[in-house]
Design a protein around this ligand. Structure first.
Ligand SMILES: Nc1ncnc2c1ncn2[C@@H]1O[C@H](COP(=O)(O)OP(=O)(O)OP(=O)(O)O)[C@@H](O)[C@H]1O
Ligand SMILES: [Mg+2]
Length: 330
């Protein structure tokens, strides 16, 4: 039996400071998450400067807490994995600088992780037997991708959004409905008491691409015309329409490429209506559908440690020249 590998994951790309220890890429020993949501809530969205400052204030405490909860010493860690993009540049720099300092001081290998690969890797923790290849629908706050995951951290983009990310659309719709920030969970809750009886535009683009700006504008206009419109029905109709857009492309890809496994990733994959509809798709097309555990859908460092583990096995290490890449692509 080969030796266990313990990876420390560090995540600070947006408004969560998180440090986690993960064993062999799949088992969480600790996953400490300090969310700044309550601070940013009053502004209706993340304020980048405040986010960076708050990361610097807590990151060292979070690291100590994470080691303590995992009951492990820094000495026993095999590698330090850090999100280096995409995200807010100032926020990313806090995590990257911290990881580089820690790597230098402890002489442990530094591993650069793409945050989006992290969202995919959340599934390797939740589903111990899940292995590539599979079709993955990444629906997060800032990204919407349909990808063919060929190997760990290696994917080919099949489709993507041409305008807004789906999470942005959720957050914007929640904002115009006065539900607060972040909007996704609020829409999820309110929609449960509504009926999808409002007509909204459902767009299908060529080549598995997505567009969410039309539906977002339609919701804004409906609210503008009738501020008393039933918000629960509006949220249910919005969820129903975007889910139809997602399912249309996923079904097309399953039929064309014969995928047997469909994996959802990113904050929006926590949505209960989307999960229900994908469960139906699973039965109808006889494909297996996977989602991460709720807490692993949104930003956390366990998913970064898991993604980093597969790079550790390949010996793919970064050096101290590593920089934050806010616009990093998949
Ligand atoms: N239950 C839910 N239903 C729909 N959306 C949700 C739900 N829970 C969280 N979200 C959405 O998830 C997003 C936040 O998580 P996520 O990690 O995907 O975003 P991010 O890190 O800001 O963006 P990215 O990962 O693309 O850089 C927000 O847009 C939020 O509204
Ligand atoms: Mg994210």
């Amino acid at each position: 039996m080969s030796k266990d590998v313990f990876i420390m994951g560090i995540e600070s790309s947006c408004d969560e400071t998180s440090i986690s220890i993960v064993k062999n890429g799949r088992e969480i020993l600790s996953n400490v998450i300090n969310s700044q949501i309550s601070t940013h809530e009053v502004y209706g969205g993340v304020v980048p400067e405040i986010a960076s400052r708050m990361h610097t204030e807590v990151i060292n405490l979070i690291m100590k807490q994470s080691l303590k909860e995992a009951n492990i010493t820094l000495d026993e860690i095999d590698g330090i994995a850090v999100t280096y993009g995409p995200g807010l540049v100032g926020a990313l720099l806090v995590g990257v600088s911290y990881a580089k300092a820690l790597s230098f001081a402890t002489n442990k290998p530094l591993i650069a992780v793409n945050h989006i690969n992290g969202h995919v890797a959340a599934n390797y923790i939740t589903h111990k037997d899940l292995e590539p290849p599979f079709l993955c629908l990444i629906i997060s706050g800032g990204h919407t991708y349909l990808v063919n995951v060929k190997d760990y951290n290696e994917s080919e983009i099949i489709g993507k959004t041409k305008d807004d990310a789906i999470g942005e659309a959720f957050d914007k719709v929640a904002r115009v409905c006065n539900l607060g920030y972040p909007g996704g969970p609020k829409i999820d809750n309110l929609a449960k008491s509504g009926v999808p009886n409002i007509n909204l535009p459902i767009s299908h683009l060529e080549n598995y691409n997505f567009t969410f700006s039309g539906i977002k504008t339609a919701v804004i206009n409906l609210n503008h015309k009738d501020p008393n419109i039933n918000k629960a029905d509006l949220c249910a109709s919005f969820e129903n329409a975007v889910t139809q857009m997602l399912i249309f492309n996923v079904e097309k890809a399953i039929n064309e490429f014969n995928f047997e496994k469909v994996v959802l990733a990113g904050g929006v994959s926590r949505n209960s209506y989307i999960r229900k509809e994908f469960d139906e798709l699973s039965k109808r097309l006889k494909v297996k559908v996977y989602y991460p555990d709720g807490i692993l859908c949104t930003d956390n460092a366990a998913m970064i440690a898991s993604s980093g583990y597969w790079e550790y096995l390949k010996g793919n290490f970064a050096d101290l020249k590593l920089n934050a890449e806010p616009g990093l692509k998949l």
